[in-house]
Design a protein around this ligand. Sequence first.
Ligand code: NAI
Ligand code: MG
Length: 337
Amino acid sequence: MSQTVAVIKGDGIGPEIMDATLQVLDALECGLNYKFVDAGLVALEKHGTLIPQASLDAIEKYGIALKGPLTTPIGKGFSSINVQLRRHFDLYANVRPAVSFPGTRSHYDDIDMITVRENTEGAYLSDGQEMIDDGNTGISVIKVTRKGSERIVRYAFELAKQNGRKKVTAIHKANIIKTSSGLFLDVAREVASEYPEIEFQEMIVDNACMQLVMNPHQFDVVVTTNLFGDILSDLCAGLVGGLGLAPGANIGEKAAIFEAVHGSAPDIAGKKIANPCALLLAAAQMLDHFGMTVKGDAIRQGIRAVLENRRDMVTPDMGGTGTTDTFAQALVEHLKG
Ligand code: NAI
Ligand code: MG
């Protein structure tokens, strides 16, 4: 198989973790070709735009991108590139697994859940037209549609079905935000009724935060709207040892972009201590997407083995004394071993 992947190295720690990830993919002999394209600050400096047309064209052509984190400059006039990419390609499902790995600073060692976040509507509209901002009052709109809710809830149930998972929890605030969150909950109930073999649970978002911290094992697949999903998936990353271990896939009908949940970490950029695991796990999700689950599992198992046995090669955020490069090297040695 010869599949081309559009690769965006990204800003800050992006190039460091991407180089580590590509080394591992090459060691696994996945038969992938890479088309390197720019986005983010790098693109702004080189091409005067955060997301050049050539980069959009490459993602459109190949349908798959592996993306490092992108810095969105703070201040008006720049809307998030990530939000733009998700909306441009209608990448409606943001799939964020939270799985425990050994030797992390997590309070739990046996978490295995997936957050499915609606990725194109909700409170993240970003094109500016829906907002009122006169300097004294700011009004932001939350948009929830039947179509958007139905496809994300169905995605969550299908994911549960295909992966032998037993339960889907819809997380909402329908008691207060009745119009939009209420619609999401109504649609979630309707879709759930088509999957009697999978347990359906509904939970209000504030309670869900407490439950996730106190009793996370009750969760299996979680489905929710954009803003809640953004926040809850970082909480879930905290359950498994932090953002360094949290990958995410942005899936649409025609394209998919795989990335780490974390950002460009400007505070540690260039120090060679960025944890490459989140991007590596995103690459594993990409291999699953291609049907190369055995190779995806090899990355996940390999990370587990390095975390357990090669503490000297693990990055400091996971309590090790190694660097981004030593982690990649240890993983490559394990895979080739
Ligand atoms: P961040 O995720 O970049 O950093 C938060 C904290 O986690 C920092 O202390 C950082 O050092 C640490 N951290 C993050 N990734 C790490 C890794 N792989 N290894 C070790 N430590 C790691 O979030 P922040 O600081 O809020 O955002 C920085 C920039 O990233 C902003 O410009 C933001 O817009 C962008 N961003 C981009 C995302 C994307 O491209 N998907 C997602 C989130 C933020
Ligand atoms: Mg986020």
